[in-house]
Design a protein around this ligand. Sequence first.
Ligand code: GDP
Length: 367
Amino acid sequence: AEREYHCEGCGISVQTEEPSALGYVPPAALEREMVLCQRCYRIRHYGEIGTVNQNPDIYLQKLGEIAGTDSLVVQVVDLFDFSGSWIPGIHRHIGDNPLLLLANKIDLFPRSTKWGRLREWLVQSARDLGITPIDVELCSAAKGLNMNETITAIEKYRQGRDVYIVGATNAGKSTFINRLLREVGGESQDVITTSPYPGTTLDAIRIPLEDGKAIVDTPGIVRRDRISEWVSPRDLKIVVPGETIRPKVYQLNDKQTLFLGGLARFDYVRGPRQPFVCYVSNRLYIHRTKLDHADVFQEKHCGGLLVPPADPEILPPWKKHVISLRGKEKQDVVIPGLGWIACGKEKATLHLWVPEGIRVMTRPAII
Ligand code: GDP
């Protein structure tokens, strides 16, 4: 029988017949020491990517296999996009296995962040989602922050079992595993393909551990309810933050509007003058204008001054969400895949416009 090969970048079973299909490898490339499918090869060498249609059902089916194992599940969430990187109904899929919550990308948070408080916020938010993790860790896989503590926690809770790494696409699973392997095994080169584009890891990969167990990297669930899924790879570089966020403070009177590029529009409709702080990628252009002018301004400048997206046609039509803030408790208005706006302590009525299907929400302030 023919030997079956797997791509060492994304784990997919490779094939040599169909160049346009997933897992394609030119036949000669099978002779190489490290077999990479065409897609991973391109990501690694040219930074490009082909679109891949991933079926969410297949993903959930794969995730459901965890319920039948005896393992530790590590769920990686993107701390910057907490609600957008969550896996709905995670406990249904993993059975009785313990869940360690790993909040990644702490490097994006300002240095003044009170980490103890943020950790409590995480525990509470997880509980509100019906999840009781055995523990919560915070790290930056990309910058290697807090990795020792995280690895120690995994070792402690693993108790000789397999470790399943789960998460939504772009939460940083692959980056985390690469970092993990480097820290524990001295790997010099990235083994798993990472990229800023959704859906890079395509099939589960087992990375053997010395005790005969394994770290299992699972494909990420694609969440269409966040903005980052809708923009082009080029615009994604503007939308997804790559460095520590510099919060932008706006003292707004009522009847003022903020445009977050051409991706969201925030109308302060009613309430006293108060501060609103935007936590979005530093590269995203924010434009302040009068609410009375906002419609005309939008009509005229979307795709021009108000970018991304360079091509507004790629987005679903905008939908208005009416938000009432009751005051006293500080609240964040969250736009999954884009960031959030931390609101002041005063009562307020807001209109938030985002492409239809984006699941906006409010939450107690994260910082
Ligand atoms: P996966 O889809 O969950 O496997 O995510 P990847 O590992 O491919 O990472 C998605 C994107 O997030 C890539 O652009 C990474 O460079 C970036 N990323 C991963 N970890 C971190 C981190 O700790 N901090 C920051 N700022 N970016 C990260």
